[in-house]
Write a protein that binds this ligand. Sequence first.
Ligand SMILES: [Zn+2]
Length: 303
Amino acid sequence: MSRRDLIKTVSIGASATALSAAGALSLAGHASADDLIQSRDSWGFDGWAKPVPEVDRAERTTFVVHWQGPKRNWVKDIVAGDEIENGPGAPKQMHEIAKDDDGPGIEYNFVITQHGEIYEGRGWDLLAGAVEGFNTPAISAQVHIREGTGPSREALDALAALYRRANQVLAEARPGGGRILHALEVSSHHAHYDTECPGPDLLDWVKNTGPGLRAEADARITPPAFPGRDAFQIGHSDPSVRMLHLALVRACYTRHPDDASRPNDLFTEATRLNVRDFQLAQGWTGSGADGYPGPKTWDLLTR
Ligand SMILES: [Zn+2]
């Protein structure tokens, strides 16, 4: 639950209308191309109220778990309770609350119910709005439980399945984009912001189940093949350069700053000097430390 989710301004009348429309759609819209995740279309998503930017898959690092939280964060039950806790009413309600709070719409990447249903919110490639200051690296999954309710076995199984799927999907680059090189860290909203979210049971899950899941997922991700020396020329853009920049940040070779505020596709003199620092630190000299990545530099930085 994020601060923006506070629902003081919710218009009960408008939401009730939207939710009964969603209820009617749920019978017809249940099927999805994905056997694990029910698409936005399946729960009656009616579009974003504001544009939502995309995030390159290479910039995702963390799987963040949330809950719905204390009762004060809940809208008065405007449809039958079970429809809000489970079924398409769950993501639909989150969507209405976020729009009423002047946001683009549902703030989580995915919503998981006690029945183990997984609903797509912002999905794999859109910027979420659930973790203040940490949305670019985060895939945010809300387990749709209130304070005082523990997650069901089905919900926890769905959470683990979603985590595994996240690493499969994000390890595949989209055209012109990057991908993750390492499994996502399993984390909680609490680790990134002063909040009780996701509550004691899910915090235990993050702490006790998360590391094993991560190790399992990490072993399945193959390192990227060396893209060839042509990808690394001053003034030349290539998706592999973004991967290189992110690897340099991770390895802390960032002494030579660039104009760009975020890792991008452009190989610059600053990129070359940072690569050079890395090569010199390996004890390499001469053409081995010219700042242009060869296969060995690439493998060491991206493994
Ligand atoms: Zn949260």
